[in-house]
Ligand binder design. Structure first.
Ligand SMILES: CC(C)(COP(=O)(O)OP(=O)(O)OC[C@H]1O[C@@H](n2cnc3c(N)ncnc32)[C@H](O)[C@@H]1OP(=O)(O)O)[C@@H](O)C(=O)NCCC(=O)NCCS
Length: 177
């Protein structure tokens, strides 16, 4: 995901975003799920600060997701997925330009995997964000790459040594134009 685990502190990430001249201030978003063929039991909604403890628990269960300080979720858009009314997954994203958005973090609790939760979160992102979507994923995260590929994302770049103190490369993936 977006931040290097070694640089996952809010300070580093915020500094990186602040350096990006195209980074836009956070704007209120309304999740658009009306076009989603969601299984009945999955609900995707915009997360609020009262959801942060649930997001913290989900994040802890997903070591392959970026481990952010909870306050960092205030600086971006976050969707929470409920499966059978239980927090099951989340994603964080940011509209970086009018025609470009970036998926910053994504995780689904192990107990709820392979039931379409991440697919539903990505659909909500696609239906809510504007323009082309981008993300970074560790090249050895084969499950996540399979998910993104199945959801229509394609490789768009490569960042050598992006994760784990320079030892793991990142693939940049893109969806849409
Ligand atoms: C990757 C992750 C988000 C997938 O979540 P999920 O809710 O299980 O994914 P879905 O059920 O929506 O999967 C949709 C499709 O993606 C593909 N897919 C998802 N996980 C996969 C895996 N581990 N291996 C192979 N294909 C996978 C499949 O095509 C799947 O459809 P299918 O189950 O009908 O075969 C989850 O495994 C996770 O949280 N991993 C740890 C955190 C992480 O890696 N985050 C991404 C960082 S970039």
């Amino acid at each position: 995901m977006k931040a290097k685990p070694s640089a996952a502190s809010g300070t580093s990430r915020r500094a990186a975003l602040a350096r990006n001249p195209r980074t836009q201030p956070k704007q209120a978003v309304k999740v658009k799920t009306q076009a989603l063929p969601l299984p009945e039991a999955i609900v995707i909604r915009v997360a609020s600060e009262s959801d942060f403890p649930a997001i913290a628990r989900l994040q802890q269960q997903c070591p392959d997701a970026a481990q952010w300080p909870l306050g960092d979720y205030s600086g971006c858009n976050t969707f929470l997925a409920l499966l059978e009314k239980t927090p099951a997954g989340f994603c964080a994203w940011r509209q970086t330009a009018p025609d470009e958005a970036e998926l910053l973090n994504l995780g689904v609790a192990p107990a709820f995997r392979r039931r379409g939760v991440a697919r539903a979160l990505l659909e909500a992102l696609r239906n809510t964000a504007s323009g082309a979507l981008f993300l970074e994923v560790a090249e050895n995260n084969h499950g996540a790459i399979a998910l993104y590929t199945a959801a229509g994302w394609t490789p768009a770049g490569y960042r050598p040594g992006y994760y784990h103190h320079g030892t793991v490369n990142a693939v940049v993936m893109k969806k849409g134009s």
